[in-house]
Design a protein around this ligand. Structure first.
Ligand code: PLP
Length: 437
């Protein structure tokens, strides 16, 4: 399918998009073009108003265009949009992060979550003098070469590149384990531990549906990494400030203190930001203090920092997390009820203000548990919802995001759309027009 804007975009931008998931290849149909947004609503260029559950994939915990964030950005921009010298606001943002996250003594701001992960790996490799990285299948850490990999033929073990242009030798620096399978970690570190610089994970994976860590799993991974002399890197680009003030380390039991953590999304308040933080001994390996080179013309950009600070300060003052979780849980139980009423075997995973929809009887414990038919089943659900004005992330594996602007009234307004979509899916199943499984 096409549209005049899509034609124009495709003539000058690869695929018409600046990030691939926006092209809707995973869900089919014509990608939407945004004109503006406010609160929980996204307005498209063809004049439709959608209830947005994608929310830019995570930064917008206060909804689209919150007034005090806009005001802070405007004031900052009026003073100058880039100086390439340090500002007091950068110190303030770093102070907020350091005071919020126990494992973080120092933090360096970068421009994206990808950069944060890339920098964390470089620090880990410098700190250990080792080259290998252990990651988990379904974990996303940006488009860093060493992390743009999938499990090789053996599922567990040396990785294969999941993108063209990543040399095989680089992909093979990475080891892949299944999340919630500590025996994989034990086996891989048993074999490659002496060469492993870091174990990197999303402590609550949110890029392959939403996967809750099994009790004790995060602690066991931390202990195994420490025993192997590898650094523990928590990628909290989504989870940072999403479930509470700071990191998952303050809300999950086990008192785990990762050596490095990666942040992004919420700490930029909707502008481009990432951050890597950790203990001083590791962070001071970064130039100019130490030998690990890392730099950025626009790093610590005053407008991004102003948006991030305004967002964190409102979160700190209002502490909206329990209310966000209450709303999300209530909403998801309604959705679960609607799905059961029409006999669809859907399972919803929910944590804080995130939820995911999996076409299986039970929520997955690792990426491999997600049925291979997930995308095929998700596509018609996504399209029916979109037609009714409800916009889920355009991929079967992305989680849905709520914000403080998703009030009970907004959420309730979407229930009839869900009901119709689920009914239509259920009747398509009966007609056999969607494969079983
Ligand atoms: C989004 C994301 C990234 C990448 O951040 P970008 O700003 O898109 O580069 C890294 N890790 C996780 C867990 C993410 O969700």
């Amino acid at each position: 399918m096409s549209s005049p804007l899509l034609e124009r975009a495709r003539a000058v931008i690869p695929g018409g998009v600046n990030s691939p998931v926006r092209a809707f290849r995973a869900v089919g149909g014509t990608p939407i073009f945004a004109r503006r947004a406010e609160g929980a609503y996204l307005h498209t260029s063809d004049g439709r108003r959608l209830v947005d559950f994608c929310m830019s994939f995570g930064p917008l915990i206060l909804g689209h265009a919150p007034l005090e964030v806009l005001a802070a950005m405007g004031e900052a921009a009026a003073r100058g949009t880039s100086f390439a010298v340090t500002t007091e606001a950068e110190i303030e943002l770093a102070e907020e992060i350091v005071s919020a996250i126990p494992s973080v003594d120092r933090v360096r701001l970068v421009n994206s979550g990808t950069e944060a992960c890339m920098t964390a790996l470089r620090i880990a490799r410098a700190a250990t003098g080792r080259h290998r990285i252990l990651k988990f299948s379904g974990g996303y850490h940006g488009h860093v070469d060493a992390l743009l990999v999938r499990a090789g033929s053996g599922v567990v073990g040396l990785a294969e590149a999941s993108s063209a242009g990543v040399p095989r030798e680089w992909a093979q620096q990475t080891l892949v384990a299944r999340f919630n399978h500590i025996e994989d970690v034990a086996r891989l570190l048993g074999q490659y531990g002496h060469e492993t610089a870091a174990v990197i994970l999303e402590p609550i994976p949110a890029n392959a549906g939403l996967i809750p860590p099994a009790p004790g799993f995060l602690r066991a991974v931390a202990d195994r990494a420490a025993a192997a002399g590898a650094l523990l890197i928590w990628d909290e680009v989504i989870t940072g400030f999403r479930f509470g003030w700071g990191s998952v380390q303050t809300i999950e039991p086990g008192n785990i203190r990762p050596d490095l953590i990666c942040l992004g999304k919420i700490i930029g308040g909707g502008l481009p930001v990432g951050a890597v933080g950790g203990r001083a001994a590791f962070m001071d390996l970064l130039a100019p203090e130490g030998p690990v080179y890392q730099a950025g013309t626009l790093s610590g950009n005053p407008v991004s920092v102003a948006a991030g600070l305004a967002t964190l300060r409102r979160l700190k003052a209002e502490r909206p997390w329990p209310e966000l979780e209450r709303r999300t849980c209530a909403y998801v139980s309604e959705l679960q009820r609607l799905a059961s009423a029409v006999g669809l075997p859907l399972s919803f995973a929910v944590r804080g203000s995130l939820f995911s929809v999996i076409f299986a009887e039970a929520p997955p414990a690792c990426f491999e548990d997600i049925p291979p038919t997930q995308s095929e089943h998700f596509r018609p659900l996504f399209q029916e919802l979109l037609a009714g004005g409800v916009y889920l992330p355009p991929s079967a594996f992305e989680v849905a995001f709520l914000s403080t602007a998703h009030t009970d009234a907004v959420l309730e307004s979407t229930l009839p759309v869900w009901r119709r979509a689920l009914e239509s899916l259920a009747s398509a199943r009966h007609d056999g027009s969607v494969g079983g499984g």
